[in-house]
Design a protein around this ligand. Structure first.
Ligand code: ADP
Ligand code: MG
Length: 235
């Protein structure tokens, strides 16, 4: 099974942000969309999420045609760089939010929130407000919140971009660990070569609205498909 992106083109006015992109992201893997700023990574992620629609092409998620499905029917979880936590809600309430709007039973919600806060080591902070957490802890809360509804796919856009280098490294390990533990298909956007090479099973290199190469970190190093990939990884 996989997320299959077939012939996706997206324009903004005359500008071609994605140019006939076709790529398959295998289920269960941690995939990085890697490339320089402005290359089309976020646009592709938003199209996978259903937050934006392609001009042409199709998206299927686990064999289901998702091209015309709204985001809430795609069973995806998101984490963004500037995470919009509900400032007036406790950490536990923030994590519970997706379950509450789905009207899950109270006992089930409480148990699930407990489990998730344990998973991201925030149990002792469950009654705090987001402002009382560090930046790294807040992104861990964001991960727990995204995982709450048991998404088929977890999508992250530069999730750690706003944090300092040490916390970024820590969160990288968290992402890897959570991915392995929860076994959710994960796609994350980064412009940071080191981050992608260190954490991803597979990397999709995107530049100028096109896929330059798809491969494991080793494959990208050993057989870069273009001068662009070689120079980008070497930076
Ligand atoms: P990346 O995430 O790789 O940095 P994006 O997907 O955000 O790149 O953007 C790709 C290109 O599309 C950029 O040149 C950006 O300015 C343009 N773009 C993205 N979204 C819009 C929009 N809503 N309107 C106009 N141009 C956009
Ligand atoms: Mg982006």
């Amino acid at each position: 099974m996989s997320i299959d992106i077939a012939g996706v083109t997206k324009t903004f006015g005359d500008f071609v942000a994605l140019d006939d992109v076709s790529v398959s992201l295998p289920t269960g893997q941690l995939t990085a969309l890697l490339g320089p700023s402005g290359g089309g990574k976020s646009t592709l992620l938003r199209i996978i999420a259903g937050l934006d629609t392609a001009d042409s092409g199709s998206i299927s998620i686990e064999g289901t045609d998702a091209t015309r499905l709204p985001p809430q029917k795609r069973n995806v979880g998101f984490v963004f760089q500037h995470y919009a936590a509900f400032k007036h809600m406790t950490v536990a309430k923030n994590v519970a939010f997706g379950l509450e709007i789905r009207k899950r039973p109270k006992a089930e919600i409480a148990a699930r929130v407990d489990e998730l806060l344990k998973l991201v080591h925030l149990s002792q902070f469950s009654h705090r407000l987001p402002a009382q957490l560090s930046g790294g802890q807040r992104q861990r809360m964001a991960l727990a919140r995204a995982l709450a509804v048991e998404p088929t796919v977890l999508l992250l856009d530069e999730p750690f971009g706003a944090l300092d280098a040490k916390v970024r490294k820590e969160l990288r390990d968290w992402l890897r660990r959570l991915h392995d533990e929860v076994a959710v298909t994960t796609v994350f956007v980064t412009h940071d070569q080191e981050e992608a090479l260190e954490v991803a099973d597979e990397i999709v290199v995107i530049n100028d609205g096109r896929v330059e190469q798809v491969g494991t970190p080793d494959q990208l190093y050993d057989e870069p498909a273009s001068d662009f990939v070689m120079s980008f990884l070497g930076e």
